[in-house]
Design a protein around this ligand. Structure first.
Ligand code: NDP
Length: 294
């Protein structure tokens, strides 16, 4: 071990799938002593060739370092991997995607076994790991003292965003952002369906769509947050609900004219109409948030 490596926090990583392998390489490159374990042992071989130590069992891997990071398929795999491990005194960082409730249960489970627990939600795909300019980061929540102790080590693969001591909040931020992303993907699918079949090149259309979504997203999201905070949904409204709802037949008729199913648009338009009935035409679209809360 070099003098440089001995100065770096030893890390144990359980899970060498696409994401775990990408994470592993960054800690190795940064000179952290790295112990790895994977259910299918052969996946550790390339990393061993790069300087990692492969443990024979998950329990041995956990015993090797105080800082233990998990990047497994799902919550059930975490159960499976840690069933024989002694977690006493360990700092457990779980980057496995779970629900907020699963994260909270896992925090209580780990604490009962003598570990500090931090949950993580990775906002990156593997090629973005170890590439700071790619802008990837990880939401963390749970034990603030664990996060502070290991802040530098956790910042090696990607940026870090600590979002509070509720262990469920990292997963909640993660799922909220991805849910919004799917809404955006749904909108893009509808837009491409509308132009499909016309003499419009999708590649020429794409920059218009990207620029429009980019221009609209920031102001809309900020306005929604400001109105939810103030409770006044009529402040700084530039495109009011009355006008926007009156415009919806244009979108539905255009879809019909183009032979496109309106199924991605109609649920949102129905919520807009409901809010118009229950709220005020001079509001923005923020009232839809309240309608979604059951
Ligand atoms: P992979 O499918 O590539 O790898 C899954 C890993 O989980 C493998 O190491 C696999 O082991 C292990 N595993 C599965 N079931 C079990 C089990 N029962 N017991 C022990 N180990 C098990 O997934 P990724 O690496 O891509 O993803 C890992 C986590 O990272 C997931 O929670 C994912 O949501 C999250 N993530 C992934 C992103 C991505 O783009 N890839 C982006 C953001 C988050 P084995 O090799 O033996 O099958």
């Amino acid at each position: 071990m070099t003098a440089n490596a001995s100065a770096k926090t030893p890390v144990t990583l359980l899970g060498l799938g696409a994401m775990g392998t990408a994470l592993a390489r960054t800690w190795l490159a940064a000179g952290h002593p790295l112990t790895v374990w994977n259910r299918t042992a052969s996946r550790a071989e390339p990393l061993v060739a790069e300087g990692a130590t492969a443990a024979g069992t998950a329990a041995e891997a956990v015993a090797a370092s105080d800082l233990v990071i998990l990047c497994l398929l799902d919550d059930a795999s975490v159960d499976e991997a840690l069933k024989d491990a002694d977690l006493t005194g360990k700092d457990l960082v779980n980057l496995t995607t779970t629900t907020p409730a699963q994260a909270r249960e896992r925090a209580a489970w780990a604490t009962a076994r003598g570990a500090r627990y931090l949950d993580g939600g990775i906002m990156a795909v593997p090629p973005m790991i170890g590439v700071p300019e790619a802008g990837g980061y990880v939401f963390y929540s749970g034990a603030a003292d664990l996060f502070e102790t290991h802040a530098k080590t956790l910042a090696v693969p990607a940026g870090t965003r600590f979002v509070g001591t509720d262990a469920g909040h990292a997963a909640l931020h993660d799922v909220a952002l991805l849910s919004a992303m799917y809404g955006m993907f749904a909108g893009a699918a509808h837009a491409f369906a509308l132009i499909r079949g016309e003499d419009i090149d999708p590649a020429a259309f794409a920059p218009f769509l990207t620029e429009w979504l980019t221009a609209m997203a920031g102001p809309h999201v900020t306005q929604t947050a400001d109105q939810l905070t103030s409770g006044d949904y009529t402040t700084n409204v530039v495109s009011n609900l009355g006008m926007q709802t009156a415009g919806t037949p244009t979108f539905l008729t255009t879809a019909a004219e183009q032979g496109v199913s309106p199924e991605l648009l109609t649920p949102y338009f129905a919520l807009m109409r409901r809010r118009l009935t229950e709220g005020s035409p001079s509001e923005d679209l923020t009232g839809v948030v309240d309608l979604l809360r059951r």
